[in-house]
Structures are given as structure tokens and as C-alpha cells.
Design a protein around this ligand. Sequence first.
Ligand code: PAF
Length: 281
Amino acid sequence: MMVVIPTIKQFKEHIGIAKQAGISIGFVPTMGALHEGHLALMRRAKDENDLLAVSIFVNPIQFNNQEDLKKYPRTLEQDSIMLESVGCDLLFVPDTLEMYPEPVTDQYEFGKLSEVMEGASRPGHFNGVAIVVRKLFEIVEPDKAYFGEKDFQQLAIIQQLVKMIPLPVEIVPCPIIREMDGLAMSSRNLRLSENERFIAPLIYQTLIKAVKLNTLLSPEELKKWITDKFKSHPEFKIDYIEIAEDQLLQPVAHWNDANSVYIFVAIFLGNVRLIDNMRIF
Ligand code: PAF
């Protein structure tokens, strides 16, 4: 039976009892509107720990666009059914006042990692993510916390955060889960119109083809090839396309500049912003 808890005090009481009993805690923080991608993280967390804790909190301070915050899907009833199905033990559902009784002013410094891609396009976003994730970790005290690689840069930021503080939690990266047609699962997919949803898999198809071209083109040429592909479809508006290494996510000029290189994209379809990435090598 899942226990649903809205307050920090009560949640900490449950965690205290679990800790005293030597129970290991796997944690999946979310903003709700759950899909198979979240459930994959939860199944793994349940599998690797004694207790599965999940949070649902739409964190206002990580939204740099108020319209995006307002439109973020909220589907708690359906989420609860999905959570029961994966055996969630503790669900934390605080409201904004519970999490932020006073305005928050903390500023985190992530250097170069936060200056590119999502960091450049969404000012303040990662600071908001770091504040909430730290707070959640301090409440939940997980042994392991699970994050999807779709938000690759967020994962890198959180890995840096737990080293910096430091916090005694193991961060477990989990592969992207895709729809049958290749579209990376995201809560924002719910906001796509029928036509936008129909053409959205082009993002995945383009990445698949681009990965195969790396032996023929330089990183700059490959970036241009991807750009041209999206530009030939007026429905897509490019936010960024980057070919970057996997540590500080800095763009590479030559293939042998790094051991591992990814393509990262952020694309608008109508007013829905979708991100995706794929490893080249
Ligand atoms: O990836 C998300 O859903 C959010 O950024 C997170 C990690 C739950 C923090 O609000």
C-alpha cells in the first residue's frame, strides 16, 4: 500500500523509521505527468532497493517561462494508479509553500557545464533544479537516486551537485525510453497537437541518420546537416543543435577531441519544446 505524504515533517518521520531498520531507499524525483520513462526508473529503483520513494512536485523556480509552468500537465489521479502499479512505497507530494516557505536565494556555480545548451537557453533553470534536488535529497535521504539520460545535462549537473556539497547518494543514470515510433518519452509530449505528434518522431529519425554520418563529415558539417534537415520542415524551430563531449558537454571541433561524443538537440514544435540526444561514440 502506497503512503501519500504532503509534509516534510511526516515524510522525515517515515524515512527515520526506515533508516533505523536498515532499509535501503531508492528515490525517483519527478514533476508528475508520469509516463513509461518514469516507470522504468521506478522499476529499477524498486529492484535495487528495499523501499521506493517518489516525489511529485512541479518546481516553479526551475521554469524560466511562466507559460510553460502554467501549462505543465498535472495528472495526479492517473499518476497515483501508475505509482501503485510499480510498487511505490512512499509518495511525497508537497505544495509550493511547504517546499519554499520563504523566497529562495541560493546560487550554485556549475561553471562551463551550466553555460551551454539548456543552461544558455533557460537562464536560472539549473539553479532551480539544484535547489529542489538538494532539498529533496535532504528530506528523502536516498541511498540511490535515478535520473533519465534524456535530460543529460540535468544529470551531469546533479552529479556535480552531489560531489560539490557533498551528499551521500549514488546517482544512477538510466537510458532514454522511447515511444514505438522513436519519440523520446516526455511529459511535454501530452501538449503536442495531433499533427505535431505525428511529425515529432522526425527528431529521432534525424539523430539516427546523423549518428551514421560521423565517419563522412566533420562535427561542424554534421551540425549543418542536422540543421538543414530540420529547416526543411517549417513546423520545427531549432533552439540548439550541439555535437559535444559527455563530461562538461562542450562542443567538439574534431572527432578525436573526446572519448565520447553526443548529439544534443532542443527543438520547438509549435510552442512545445522537446529535447533529445544520441551517443555517436
Ligand atoms: O527532471 C525532472 O522532472 C525535474 O527537473 C526534477 C529532477 C524532478 C527536479 O524538479
